[in-house]
Ligand binder design. Structure first.
Ligand SMILES: Cc1cc2nc3c(=O)[nH]c(=O)nc-3n(C[C@H](O)[C@H](O)[C@H](O)COP(=O)(O)OP(=O)(O)OC[C@H]3O[C@@H](n4cnc5c(N)ncnc54)[C@H](O)[C@@H]3O)c2cc1C
Length: 449
């Protein structure tokens, strides 16, 4: 059964997130953007309001929501400030590998702390020399008795300055590529862990992004989340659950841009006329709305597949790719509608555009999503149609069916090279167009004969 409606509980949750977003996030957004600072108090309030860590299972003290609920909440927060949405949601990115791992001891140790005691956890695959190619991780993990020793640098790590715990992906041997990747839970106050300065960015300045230095960090073996060879898959499985949420960020930001532009277009006059009366402006607004709506559908589909226990990888990539690219287009059009005012810092579009630009980069760039989708198409997609050289393109004969649709002519044989269709009981000796030998012709009609 297909059903596009939200449940009463989901509607209530959306209302709660919306209220929080308007009351707490929106007034903080520009102030902290200008300061280039993450206001930790907003995360604390989000935690208290029950809109952070939404998908920690109830048995570990969490709320046990699914990704659909995560997407609903995230859209609302991102509508006010994508940077703060990133920081609030980053905890879910950080603990998701624990939730989907089969390490029960680590679940019991860390998830209740995160759910109940406002502990923050960041997620680190990226490094200064590597982002897209996760199999190229250089951070080393060396076995040493009942410990692993970590050495290396992680870069671009959201919330690392304010994190208590870190999900660190490393390798036992960079030469082994995918087969060497493993993952650990590291605590920030362990010896050898240092976090770098907050990296100044174009947008999402209300979220913290920093590097992490790991120097001879001794990690007990019980903190190994994925053994060598299993870490890469764990990272990919995590992304396939978090990418729909990045799509939800994009939907929220695009929705706000559309609303701001709609409001402005109703008020602004040029040539003595309100600009919303021009079809050029109306078409922009219509396309914005269409992009927001279609993006949300894809986001919810990816999240729904994950909640149903299906493999959401392809839907997640499509949702992330489509929503992030379309949000960028919506923001660009919105700025155009605002004219010169849109380009100033006194109007909301400028920041929203800077914030939105990141969506096509983190958690796998647009190009990486296309590689994933193309890989699926080429290797696993099951087409409905027959192969081209078996398609009955029945041209070149006057009558082939009687008035009831029964075949009267044929059979039809198709040239495998140029597509010429020959009618007769046998294939021709050769193709009269491209001279290919007749044995290569395929009987394409009537079916089953
Ligand atoms: C603000 C911010 C926050 C972030 N937060 C985190 C975080 O919390 N944790 C974390 O681990 N990482 C984080 N990242 C890192 C982010 O995931 C990477 O920046 C991203 O994966 C791209 O990697 P890169 O920057 O190294 O680009 P590269 O991998 O060097 O790619 C450069 C360009 O080449 C393209 N490209 C690469 N390979 C191919 C290919 N095979 N075919 C075609 N094109 C290709 C890319 O699409 C891109 O356009 C964050 C980044 C930013 C900017």
């Amino acid at each position: 059964m297909l059903d596009f409606s939200l449940s009463r509980e989901q509607l209530d949750l959306r209302q709660r997130a919306r209220q929080f977003s308007m009351d707490v996030v929106l007034p903080a957004a520009w102030h902290y953007d200008e300061k280039d600072q993450l206001p930790l108090w907003v995360l604390k309030k989000a935690d208290e309001a029950g809109i952070m860590n939404s998908d920690i299972p109830t048995e570990y003290g969490g709320m046990g929501y699914g990704l659909v609920e995560g997407a609903i909440v995230t859209e609302e927060i991102a509508a006010a400030c994508p940077g703060l949405a990133t920081s609030i949601f980053d905890n879910s990115l950080g603990f998701e590998p624990i939730v989907i791992s089969d390490n029960d001891a680590l679940k019991k140790k860390y998830l209740p702390e995160i759910a109940k005691n406002f502990k923050r956890i960041c997620f680190a695959t990226s490094e200064p020399m590597m982002g897209s190619d996760v199999s190229g991780i250089q951070c080393r993990a060396k076995e040493d008795g009942d410990h692993y020793i970590l050495n290396g640098t992680k870069y671009w790590i959201t919330n690392s300055l304010v994190a208590d715990y870190m999900t660190i992906f490393a390798t036992v041997d960079p030469e082994k590529k995918h087969d060497g990747i493993c993952a650990f839970i590291v605590e920030k106050d362990w010896e050898g862990v240092r976090v770098g300065r907050h990296i100044p960015k174009l947008g999402q300045r209300t979220s913290n992004t920093s590097g992490i230095s790991l120097k001879n960090v001794r990690v007990p073996k019980e903190n190994m989340l994925a053994p060598p060879g299993k870490g890469f898959v764990l990272a990919m499985k995590t992304f396939s659950r978090t990418r729909p949420i990045i799509g939800a960020f994009a939907v929220g930001a695009a929705r706000s841009a559309m609303e701001y532009a709609l409001d402005y277009a109703k008020k602004r006059k040029t040539f003595g006329t309100r600009i919303n009366s021009y079809q050029a402006i109306q078409f922009k607004l219509a396309e914005m709305y269409q992009r927001v709506e279609t993006s949300r559908l894809l986001v919810l589909k990816g999240a729904w597949e994950a909640d149903k226990g299906m493999d959401p990888t392809i839907s997640a990539s499509i949702a992330k790719l489509y929503a992030s690219e379309n949000a960028t287009k919506v923001l660009n059009d919105a700025l155009q509608i605002f004219g010169g005012y849109g380009y100033t810092r006194m109007f909301p579009i400028e920041k929203l555009l800077r914030d939105t630009r990141l969506f096509t980069i983190y958690e796998g760039t647009t190009e990486i999503q296309k590689m994933i989708i193309a890989g699926h198409l080429l290797a696993a997609y099951e087409p409905v149609l027959p192969p081209i050289d078996e398609v009955p393109v029945l041209i070149g004969e006057d009558e082939l069916f009687d008035s009831d649709g029964n075949p009267t002519g044929g059979p039809a044989w198709r040239c495998p090279l140029c597509g010429y269709v020959h009618y007769g009981d046998e294939h021709p000796e050769e193709c009269p167009y491209c001279f290919v030998k007749g044995e290569g012709f395929k009987k394409v009609w009537p079916k089953g004969e």
